[in-house]
Design a binder for this molecule. Structure first.
Ligand code: GLU
Length: 272
């Protein structure tokens, strides 16, 4: 990116210049109330991603939704780990079929990559992952990454993709991590419960502890805002900015690419 690192905090304008962006989309951004894949939501996400691609940016999509979509298609599935794993495999192919069709509207190819934490922690496997991603991006194909729920039962927990997307952003030298969710960003309290909660526009890396006071490090809402803030904090430590924003916001990624005040911006401090 064009930011001149001179011992300062990166800005939204710097983030707008990002050449390589990891976009993470959560289950709520892709499924309806009956846990069925919502094609309108998925098409909107794809339109938003294409706003970035058509500006010449490289986008790696980390998409949840396999378990959500799978339980919608396998109504007999219960909440046992085995059933959730199996449901994820049903949902994952549904997800990819829909991504394939949706990107096809733009003549774009997509590629499915399923990973586990082990793959990202093992340097040889991560190197292979990275080479594949680089090749796909060279080809103009959009990589769509999700956890491999069939083989990694400890990862059958919503929220893991927030952490996986931050590891990927760091590992592939992304310039920006955007986490899309069903709230408009980080609030001073839970906006679903407190109407007076206020959206926080920007968090500098040295202010992150105050944010933990708001969102609560120990809240049990795995998959809620906690893991998203954790992901933002992790990439900030590596000098990468992050934005947590609402997937339903109109042209949300175009706004990011214009440096507009959308969602909550996490500003890392960068060295000289
Ligand atoms: N791999 C899970 C799924 O696609 C999602 C886990 C997460 O949301 O972090 O359903």
């Amino acid at each position: 990116m064009s930011a001149e690192a001179d011992g300062r905090y990166l800005t939204r304008e710097d983030a707008a210049e990002a050449e390589r962006v990891v976009v993470k989309a959560g289950t709520n951004s892709l499924t309806d109330d009956d846990s069925k894949l919502d094609r309108l939501k998925l098409d909107k996400l794809v339109n938003d991603i294409m706003d970035l691609v058509e500006r010449g940016k490289e986008v790696i999509l980390v998409s949840s939704g396999a378990i959500g979509a799978g339980t919608g298609r396998a109504p007999t599935a219960n909440s046992s780990v085995e059933d959730l794993q199996a449901a994820a495999t049903v949902g994952q192919s549904d997800l990819m079929r829909n991504y394939d069709e949706s990107f096809e509207r733009y003549g774009k190819d997509v590629a499915q990559i399923l990973v586990t934490h082990h793959d990202l922690e093992d340097s040889r496997r991560f190197n292979n992952f990275r080479n594949t991603v680089e090749t796909l991006l060279d080809w103009g194909v959009v990589p769509v990454v999700n956890e491999n729920d069939a083989v990694a039962i400890e990862e059958i927990q919503v929220g893991d993709n927030d952490i996986i997307s931050s590891s990927i952003a760091v590992g592939v030298d992304a310039d920006l991590l955007v986490t899309l969710t069903d709230v408009d960003g980080v609030y001073t309290d839970n906006p679903k419960e407190n109407p007076d909660a206020e959206l926080i526009d920007e968090v500098r890396e040295d202010e992150i502890d105050e944010i933990w006071d708001y969102v609560g490090e120990d809240t049990p809402d795995f998959g809620g805002i906690t893991t998203k803030v954790e992901g933002a904090e992790r990439v900030n430590e590596e000098g990468i900015p992050a934005i947590i924003a609402g997937s339903q916001v109109q042209n949300v990624l175009e706004k990011v690419a214009e440096g507009e005040n959308v969602g909550t911006f996490f500003a890392p401090e960068v060295d000289e």
